[in-house]
Design a protein around this ligand. Structure first.
Ligand SMILES: [Cu+2]
Length: 510
């Protein structure tokens, strides 16, 4: 694997090529070599008359990402990110979210099957000083979900400052699998994010058009808010609940020693059986649970490996940006194994879950969802209307992001769906870059991508899917009730700048 110096060199070179909008580096003088991985506090709330109640506070504060540097940041019950909430299938939950910030916000429970009014979307606002108290019964199997700001036009900057956290669902079945479950010991959440710091160690949220076209990518990685993190394992097998919590960056995860790891869960729960992998792609919003062999004594790293250059026509500056994207190797987490010697492979359960695969014949509707950037088919445009406009791709310049020809309009409902029905959605990416597509509430199965079966790592319930450049994905989902004719659910690109700039639509479940 590349050394830190090689990595830096390659990043700087990449930066020179593309004007350094999105190369990973960290050059601050006060940068710690490595520091212990921070693990968000585990919050189980309080039980009142059988209801699990959480008290969350959106707040501003300062965080020491760098030694002796106080960075202004936002968090939930803390100065950066929020606690890991833990709930159980079947129980009634109420979450009091108090906004002590000086602007409107809202939290969305990503991956949770909750009523529209409790879902937290751009129709809902928590004004400064106000409290919002969504409630729901947990009706889904064990999974690693998360929560984050979903404020109209402001999801990007609010998540960037720190409004996000993990939300773990447990159930009776997950208790019996024998997987690592000791939070912070052998069951570790990993929120992977990239940020930009200025010379004073303050967050910079870039406003340049090109950053918003491809999505905001930082040059400094934070894992659970830790710069250059190191984790010391104390058990021979460690479960990582990995969330791509970045605004826009895709990660291709691997271990620096080339060893295998085992994926056990997709976004919304366990897979049928553990899947042995040597690399795993996560686009923004996606999660995976993996088991890592932490026996033995030789340190290794969880790293990001570069992906091959995308096979797209050349469009000028925008193509340079796209080609540089996801091309940088970098370290994510240094892992010091437990030193416990184990002979052979770790013992893993043969079977994790029974998944009922939805047949295409169950669908009563098929919808097309077209992801678009620019001025629409035939309009051309390109970057600033320059010479690189490509009419055949709808002219994706100008920073306009749309679905089915329309920027997000709170008054427009794209689909009205009868509760209890099953639908196939074909998500068609008309642009030359990946978009991670997220549907609120439902847990779907991927039927195919560009006509091919989904990757083995996607064989399970998902709520966010990687839709490849100029390609398409078909998903099938069962839309369970209860419906609500007055409050829609969202579907959108999970590149938060794309969502903020209009690549979002609404469905009403009735
Ligand atoms: Cu997008």
């Amino acid at each position: 694997m590349v050394s830190r110096r090689d990595t830096l060199k390659s990043l700087l070179l990449t930066g020179m090529v593309v004007g350094a909008p999105n190369c990973l580096r960290s050059l601050h003088a006060a940068e710690p070599a490595t520091q212990a991985l921070r693990v968000p506090a585990l919050e189980t709330g309080r039980l009142v008359f059988g209801e699990r109640i959480f008290d969350l506070r959106l707040q501003s504060g300062v965080t020491r990402f760098y030694q002796d540097v106080e960075t202004a940041s936002w968090g939930i019950n803390g100065s950066y990110l929020g606690p890991t909430l833990r709930v159980r299938n079947g129980e009634q939950v109420r979450i009091h979210v108090h906004n002590s910030l000086d602007e409107d916000s809202i939290l969305h429970w990503h991956g949770m099957n909750v009523p529209a009014r409790s879902d937290g979307g751009p129709h809902q606002h928590i004004a400064p000083g106000a409290t919002w108290s969504p409630q729901f019964r947990v009706r889904q199997p064990a999974a690693s979900c998360w929560y984050h700001a979903h404020t109209m036009h402001k999801s990007g900057p609010q998540v960037y400052r720190g409004l996000a956290g993990m939300l773990i669902v447990d159930d009776e079945h997950s208790d019996t699998l024998g997987l690592p479950t000791e939070y912070g010991i052998d069951d570790i959440p990993l929120v992977i994010q990239d940020r930009i710091f200025d010379r004073d160690g303050q967050f910079v949220y870039p406003e340049r058009m090109q950053d918003h076209m491809v999505g905001v990518r930082g040059n400094t990685l934070l894992i659970n808010g830790t710069l250059n993190p190191s984790f010391r394992a104390s058990r021979p097998l460690t479960r990582l609940r990995i969330l791509n919590g970045a605004n826009a960056r895709n990660f291709t995860l691997a271990l620096s020693n080339g060893a295998s790891f085992w994926q056990v869960a997709t976004d919304c729960g366990f897979m049928e059986q553990p899947l042995e992998l040597t690399q795993l792609v996560l686009t923004p919003g996606e999660r995976a649970e993996i088991l890592v062999d932490t026996s033995g004594s030789e340190a290794f790293k969880l790293v990001n490996i570069p992906v091959p250059e995308p096979d797209i026509p050349y469009y000028g500056l925008f193509t340079d940006l796209l080609r540089a994207m996801d091309r940088q190797p970098f370290d994510i987490l240094e892992i010091h194994p437990s030193g416990i010697a184990v002979t052979g492979m770790p013992a893993l359960p043969d079977k994790l879950a029974t998944i009922e695969w939805l047949p295409e014949s169950a669908a009563t509707a098929v919808r097309s969802i077209r992801l678009q950037m620019g001025n629409g088919p035939g309009q051309g445009g390109g970057l600033g209307g320059g010479p690189h406009a490509r009419r055949e791709y709808g002219g994706w310049g100008g920073g306009i992001h749309k679905i089915n020809g329309r920027e997000m309009d709170p008054a427009y409902i794209e689909a009205t769906i009868i509760a209890g029905t099953t639908e196939i959605w074909e998500i068609i990416n008309e642009t030359p870059m990946i978009h991670p597509f997220h549907i609120h509430k439902v847990h779907f199965q991927i039927l195919d991508r560009n006509g091919e079966p989904p990757l083995p790592s996607e064989r399970g319930f998902k709520d966010t899917v990687n839709v490849p450049a100029l390609g398409s994905v078909r998903i099938i989902a069962h839309f369970s009730g209860p419906g609500d004719p007055l409050m829609p659910y969202m579907f959108h690109c999970h590149i938060l700048e794309h969502e903020d700039h209009g690549m979002m639509g609404q469905f009403m479940l009735i």
